[in-house]
Design a protein around this ligand. Structure first.
Ligand code: DHB
Ligand code: FE
Length: 279
């Protein structure tokens, strides 16, 4: 049977993808950030999952204002990197796993999570940057990816509690799939950031640290964080952090924190990163 062995959370700052693509990850600005991922790359190679279930948000790339699904599950054979204004990133095409996606779609809908099925979807920095942070620049991504895009771009975004429950349903779906697959779940986005208007540039390291502590050690309580708290403490884009709760719901209640990294600044946000193992 398929089983979930680990979870990764990772900010998906576009500038980090640019740093990788331009070969400037060792400079004064980016060097300290990429240093924080050296352990992660080694861990990823050792963990060697058969598949990544990757929770991210689309940034008006695959979807525009004409359609905004709350939860959109990738059910395609492959996902091409999107052109976000400067041409597609020079990263490999993401291979999917249609059979597993179809199984997860059925399980979720029967479990009363009415996700949108995406038989075609281009993927933006929300998905490709975390893969670059964990794998560097391979010719092919080492394993297939099943993407789940969560709406955090236009109000109303789903609550953390709903995302946490969805994570549990995703675990049930994956662990009822008959193929023997070792699965790692990614939750991307965050940490505190605000890209617009009067509080643009907001970063809140104390709240970010508390957020990570709760996520790891008391996810039941942490999943209750309200929209207003995300907005007040984490800025208007801090709501991306609800996606970490999808990842967290897919893991055991008790997990081992094997790596934590936090760095300010990276573009307009803090880079936050966790590796968690099911023990
Ligand atoms: C930035 C961060 C994001 O999460 C994003 O999606 C876009 C930009 C930034 O800090 O620049
Ligand atoms: Fe984002």
């Amino acid at each position: 049977m398929a089983r979930i062995t680990s979870g990764v959370t990772c900010s998906h700052v576009p500038a980090l993808g640019v740093a990788v693509d331009k070969g400037i990850t060792g400079d004064d600005y980016y060097g300290p950030i990429f240093k924080g991922f050296e352990f992660s790359k080694e861990w990823m190679e050792k963990e060697n999952p058969d598949l990544i279930f990757l929770v991210y948000n689309d940034h008006c790339t695959a979807f525009d204002a004409s359609v905004i699904p709350t939860f959109a599950l990738g059910c395609a054979t492959e996902y091409h990197p999107a052109d976000e204004g400067w041409g597609p990133r020079p990263v490999p095409v993401v291979k999917g796993h249609r059979e597993l996606s179809a199984h997860i779609a059925q399980s979720l809908v029967l479990d009363e999570f009415d996700i949108t099925i995406m038989n075609e979807m281009e993927v933006d920095h929300g998905l490709t940057v975390p893969l670059s942070m964990m794998y560097g620049q391979p010719d092919e991504w080492p394993c297939p990816v099943v993407p789940l895009a969560v709406n955090v771009v236009q109000y109303p975004a789903p609550r953390g509690r709903r995302c946490y429950a969805l994570g549990k349903a995703i675990r049930k779906a994956i662990e009822s799939y008959p193929e023997d697959l070792k699965v790692c779940v990614f939750g991307t986005g965050g940490m505190s950031h605000q890209l617009q208007h009067k509080r643009a540039g907001l970063i809140n390291p104390e709240w970010d640290a508390r957020f990570m502590d709760l996520l790891v050690n008391d996810p039941e309580q942490g999943s209750e964080i309200t929209h207003v708290e995300y907005l007040r403490e984490g800025g208007s884009e801090g709501i991306e952090l609800v996606m970490w709760y999808v990842m967290r719901g897919a893991l055991n209640e008790k997990v081992e924190e094997v790596h934590r990294f936090y760095h300010v600044p990276a573009s307009n946000t803090a880079v936050g990163h966790l590796i968690l193992e099911n023990r």
